[in-house]
Design a protein around this ligand. Structure first.
Ligand SMILES: NC(=O)c1ccc[n+]([C@@H]2O[C@H](COP(=O)([O-])OP(=O)(O)OC[C@H]3O[C@@H](n4cnc5c(N)ncnc54)[C@H](OP(=O)(O)O)[C@@H]3O)[C@@H](O)[C@H]2O)c1
Length: 312
């Protein structure tokens, strides 16, 4: 079995060595320009078109949870990956716990009013503030998939009311599930902390916009952990300035790195991280890919296959 690997920043020799331990019969090589030798599987992130096109692959693995960059490239170059070749993505593989850490720490930060106390500290003001109650801190998770379910689980354990919104209805204990476009407003109207974990698709681009933000109660919060293109940044800034939003925490941006001139950098109620909410953990990802390849070789149908029509 021949496997080719391409990632612009990962430690290729490490990945090859670790994968080889789990797939001892495979010959694994880092792909370089000009390499047209046969391959059965390709492990990729932002792959050059020439790496994939014209190959009779058994499957392609995206080295992350989101496949938007691959699918958008496919729109321009459909020959890169014919429909007959399945595309897999990483499901959780250590990203769930990272999203839990991020979401819980930020929600607790807002819930315990640390943002307000930091502002008071800057004015050298000693002033206890009224507590918030869990009942007025309903968490609304947009995108109830692998990562959304993990985040829901962790926030439930802190006693917050949790609701989710997705395309199909979920039957999760203690979580109120909203499904489809027609239930989006009802979902938003009861949400105090909006956490975005949607995939980037034609339907979800720009979904956090003026119209939808206006449905949230006043003094709400937005936590964007998914993709920058989900948020209309001017609408978010307007909602912060009008008091509709009390604060926003952003891990992802429509342009990354965020340009120096973006007003988001200096907004007093915006905090940010540079797209690090949940990174690919090599050990877990390698185990998952090796297991999926083994299942494919046995003729089984493993999970994690991307539905290209749905876009995630
Ligand atoms: N910031 C970071 O570091 C980072 C790291 C990892 C992932 N991410 C982002 O997180 C995203 C989610 O990952 P995941 O593994 O949880 O994905 P997933 O398992 O595919 O879950 C996607 C969820 O979104 C819902 N959804 C999709 N389109 C929708 C629509 N039009 N309307 C309503 N709901 C819709 C799906 O609904 P159904 O359940 O009904 O299908 C599903 O619940 C990734 O796509 C990636 O962009 C970011």
């Amino acid at each position: 079995m021949e496997i080719i690997f391409y990632h612009p920043t990962f430690d290729t020799p490490y990945w090859i060595a670790e994968l080889s331990k789990l797939l001892p019969d495979a010959r694994i090589r880092g792909w370089e320009r000009g390499d047209n030798a046969p391959a059965d599987y390709a492990l990729v992130w932002h792959p050059p078109v020439e790496m994939l096109q014209g190959r009779e692959l058994k499957a392609v693995f995206a080295l992350g949870a989101g496949v938007d960059s691959i699918l958008s490239k496919l729109k321009a170059h459909p020959e890169m990956l014919p429909e007959s070749i399945p595309l897999f993505r990483l499901e959780d593989t250590g990203m769930g716990i990272q999203m839990q850490e991020y979401a819980v720490s930020q929600v607790l930060h807002w819930f315990r009013r640390f943002d307000d106390y930091q502002a008071l500290q800057r004015q050298s003001t000693w002033q206890p503030l009224p507590d918030y109650t869990q009942e007025e801190f309903t968490i609304g998770i947009m995108g109830a998939g692998v990562l959304g379910s993990k985040v829901a689980e962790s926030l439930l354990s802190w006693g917050f009311p949790v609701r989710c919104w997705s395309r199909s209805r979920k039957q999760w204990p203690q979580v109120t599930s909203y499904a489809g476009e027609e239930e989006l407003n009802a979902f938003l109207q009861g949400t105090r902390v909006l956490i975005n974990l949607l995939p980037n698709t034609a339907e979800t681009v720009g979904i956090i916009n003026q119209q939808h933000l206006s449905q949230l109660p006043d003094n709400s919060y937005v936590l964007n952990l998914a993709r920058g293109v989900h948020v209309v940044e001017e609408d978010l800034l307007a909602a912060l300035d009008s008091g509709k939003l009390k604060a926003a925490m952003l891990d992802v941006f429509s342009r990354e790195p965020l340009p120096k001139e973006s007003p988001l950098w200096l907004h007093p109620r915006v905090t940010m991280t540079p797209h690090v909410a949940a990174v690919t953990r090599p050990k877990e990802a390698i185990a998952y890919i090796a297991q999926t390849i083994t299942q494919l070789e046995r003729g089984e149908a493993p999970g994690g296959q991307v539905d290209r029509v749905r876009g995630y």
